[in-house]
Design a protein around this ligand. Structure first.
Ligand code: AMP
Ligand code: ZN
Length: 490
């Protein structure tokens, strides 16, 4: 069983092999923390969580870095827009530092709610300013940078394979660039490594530009320092290379990052190190919302809070996302989310059967084997380019075997094993969200059963209502009486 991943670099499905046996270095482009994340952003992080879980299931040690962009992400790819953080700060009457802190906290809280594994390193761009400046220094020494009035830029014509990763048509870019704002750039695709704070402006986030990075250093007697801040692409290269080394095993991000952000990361990293930056590149396709692109003006960029207000839990959303493979476009609607919520509710009630059954003394190994095969089949589905919809289908298929079974026929140990696997690999917390009922409720169920055995229907119905008030539904099935959770929220 080998892990196959679609590599954007080669545009092929490839068998994954890391550089060092048993160890995987992984970098995930993180969020820009100027606002709450919307469902599309979260989909990306859910998919990369599945990638990590799949690597772990294949026995790899994973070391992952994920950045938090808390400075320098401009509102335009042409490097002439505003910094998203400073803009967010003005919108909210706060400083950029306060905005970054608030939305970083919200991001970390959201990760926990969605059951996302924490990367070994979560790094903020503002905490890696020296490493970013050092990278500019190396690039300057290699002769691939130049300075214009608003900053220090990377000269993309000095990186011959610049167009390859995204299949860019640089000639067409040049032809279309006449209307471009920043005419000082040598090539339209050149990008800012370090931007200068405009004269007479004070930013919340700015750092001194070291003299040796400037082409025309300031006179010694000048105490007017040129202040500046990093361009957005620089942080990912600086953080990943300083923590994980020059060559990553896997780098992930959204498809929107391919033509600019990742292309630029490759150009600057490989120019600096002289080595391949990442061996595998994985990109998640976009989630649409109500059939259209997610955009502020359409009001369709729902947040986790919006979902909670409509009684959808983060885990319902997680299951919704897994219903599509990361590489295909998907669509968010509340109807689709409701379908995922129902599916999870059904699965939770299957998980609750483990509290209602026992291992028989004569262990029926056939049943245990079927469930074990399920665990393997889930991993195999994920090994096929993270085919999560197939993994979910396998879970449905395994759980359908419980339909109409009497409790005595359910192999408790096997069920627990398969639930553990599902939780470990798909992170759905089926065990964590399905507590046993308390003794009082259990006694009531027994009492009701006795009333039924004695054909005391009225009493039995009364007890059923009493149990329902405790949030538990008693069902009389062909296979005997079972209980389920009354509430589909958990
Ligand atoms: P940003 O904070 O804008 O850098 O975006 C954070 C992450 O969300 C990036 O990896 C984007 O590629 C990803 N992303 C943004 N919009 C969507 C979407 N509609 N569907 C899936 N991923 C998205
Ligand atoms: Zn990045």
């Amino acid at each position: 069983m080998t892990l196959q991943l679609h590599n954007t670099l080669t545009k092929k499905l490839e068998t994954f092999t890391p550089q060092r046996e048993g160890k995987v270095s992984l970098y995930t482009c993180g969020p820009t923390v100027y606002n709450y994340l919307h469902v599309g952003n979260w989909a990306a992080y859910i998919y990369w969580d599945i990638l990590v879980r799949t690597l772990l299931a294949n026995g790899y040690d994973v070391e992952r870095v994920m950045n938090i962009t808390d400075v320098g992400h401009l509102t335009s790819d042409a490097d002439d827009g505003e910094d998203k953080l400073e803009k967010g700060a003005r919108r909210e009457g706060k400083t950029a530092w306060q905005v970054a802190e608030m939305y970083s906290e919200d991001f970390l809280a959201g990760m926990e709610k969605l059951g996302l594994l924490l990367p070994e390193h979560i790094t903020r761009a503002t905490e890696f300013i020296p490493q970013q400046l050092e990278l500019v220094r190396i690039l300057k020494e290699k002769g691939v940078t130049y300075q214009i009035n608003d900053g220090i830029y990377f000269d993309t014509s000095k990186f011959p394979s610049y167009a390859d990763f995204a299949g860019l048509d640089l000639a067409a870019q040049k032809a279309g660039a006449r209307v471009e704002f920043n005419t000082d750039k040598r090539n339209p695709s050149d990008f800012a490594l370090w931007k200068f704070t405009p004269a007479n402006e004070k930013r919340d986030m700015e750092w001194e530009t070291p003299d040796d990075l400037l082409e025309l250093p300031q006179p010694d007697d000048s105490d007017e320092k040129i202040m500046g801040f990093p361009g957005w692409h620089l942080e990912c290269s600086a953080m990943s290379m300083s923590i994980l080394g020059p060559t990553l095993d896997i780098h992930t991000g959204g498809i929107d990052h391919i033509p600019v952000h990742h292309t630029n990361e490759i150009a600057q990293s490989e120019s600096a190190s002289g080595q391949q930056f990442s061996r595998y590149w994985l990109h998640n396709n976009h989630l649409k919302s109500d059939g259209t692109k997610i955009s502020k003006s359409l009001g369709n960029g729902y947040t986790l809070q919006d979902l909670a207000e409509r009684d959808y839990s983060p885990l319902d959303y997680r299951l919704f996302v897994l219903q599509s493979q990361y590489s295909s476009e998907s669509n968010f609607t509340f109807d689709n989310l409701s379908a995922a919520k129902n599916r999870r509710y059904h699965w939770r009630n299957i998980a609750a059967l483990r509290h209602q059954t026992h291992d028989t003394l004569t262990d029926d190994s056939d049943k245990a084997i079927t469930l074990l095969a399920t665990s393997q089949a889930i991993v195999e589905a994920l090994n096929n380019n993270l085919n999560t919809p197939e993994a979910l289908r396998i879970v449905d298929q395994a759980f359908s075997k419980f339909d109409g079974k009497s409790l005595g026929d359910i192999h408790q140990h096997g069920l627990v094993r398969v639930l553990e696997t599902i939780d470990e690999i798909l992170g759905l917390q089926l065990i964590g969200t399905t507590p046993d009922i308390d003794d009082e409720t259990k006694q009531l169920i027994i009492k009701r059963q006795r009333a039924r055995d004695d054909k005391k229907w009225k009493e039995s119905d009364q007890i059923r209502d009493q149990i329902a008030a405790m949030g538990i539904v008693v069902k009389d099935t062909n296979g005997g009486t079972i209980w389920e959770y009354a509430d589909d929220a958990a």
